[in-house]
Design a protein around this ligand. Sequence first.
Ligand code: PLP
Length: 456
Amino acid sequence: MSNWTEIERWDRAYYLHNVQAQADYTFLAVDRADGNFIQLADGSRLLDFQSQLVSDSMGHRHPAAVDAVNQAMTRYGHVFFGMANEYRARAAKLVIEDVLAGEDWPGRFRVFASGTEAVESALAMARLYTGRPVILTQAHSFHGSTMGATWLRGYRNSLNPGDDLSRVVDVPGFPVSGYIPIPPPEPADAAVEGVLPSITATESIIRAVGAENIAAVITEPMFGAGGLMPHDGYYPALRELSRRHGFLWIDDEVLCGFGRLGEWFGYQRHAGIHPDLMVVGKGINGSLLPSGGVVAAKAVAEYFDRARWWSGSTWDGHPLVCASIVGNLEYMLENDVLGQVRVKGERLRAGLAELAERHPCVGRVGGAGLYFAVDLVNANGEPIVPEDRYTGFTGDLGAHPNHLIAAECARHGVFLGGFVPNTVKVAPPFTVNDDEIDQGLSALDAGLSAVDRRYA
Ligand SMILES: Cc1ncc(COP(=O)(O)O)c(C=O)c1O
């Protein structure tokens, strides 16, 4: 039996917490997590209607991934990247040949220990491939929280042709600079037909920076932290810009990849486009173990094939992480989980539309598959917290509308909330059933009533 009094004391005294200041810190103790539910230490149970950080897409401890890891553990612990392990090869084959079946752009796949690390690797790859330093990045997007590790030592992700010392290249851009924001795809694009304002503004930035300096643009299909679904015309137009100006497109699918939006990957919602580098994580193994990955398009992969590339981490291609990927993806493929996401997503979409009709505080509902963002507005139809997605997370966060929703949902036995103040992120696991969808919607209904009473 866990001694939660003692655990709370240790947690409060010694753990280096994030997001909440020590004075704000709430000790929300989880005793265990099973399927779609989280069991709290006080004995209550919460339906996880946000899949933690829109990450645990197959519920908690799905047997397909758990069994695969347990089986792998009878043979492997850790094996470093200089030696091959069975699961690494199987994971790569599954991603390139099976999940991406029918697509002829993907070349190679590498497994990392986090989405952040995979993003870092994609940025380095884009810079090495193009020989240019600048990365364009969307306002409101999120791609991880590390800075600088690769610049702290001698081997700066260098690319070595193998025969000529003078041709060894470091990742361009040292000392680090060169992250240039482009406008978010919404809300200016929402009401527009024809050329989108965000694309026009992005092209002006490209001209000002000089396309010859730009390695890549990195984007999110539907924003995770920002909870923003771009206009349908946005990605085709951005891809066209990247082609015309000759820089790469890095598609960060860490949050949306592997089914969240009702397609294997968010870019597949748009006909005729694909990225040059695709970053994945979270849903690849339902977040059972820390994971991330990069899929490189053939041309990019072939460029790296010709070099000795001094990159890597102790955990690259970790056998147990790869086993969890194999177990999870084989299950998803064999059980048509993508089809299930689409069907369940329609029930969720209809329920949210019905709530939007009844609650004046609901502004826009955007999303697809099993990921929807509900924007909350005041009686004038404006964001309740005026800074909206430009929030600095200052003042009384408890008064933020999404916190009111979270508190009310918790009272109804549902874990659901958001990140930016006016947006609720509805993202249940793909294993959710109809009754649970209805339970989540009814908790949200109560939460929206609380916001209506206070703000609308
Ligand atoms: C789109 C996106 N990219 C990258 C990351 C970072 O991934 P990780 O938390 O696995 O390092 C996240 C995490 O939320 C994300 O949502």
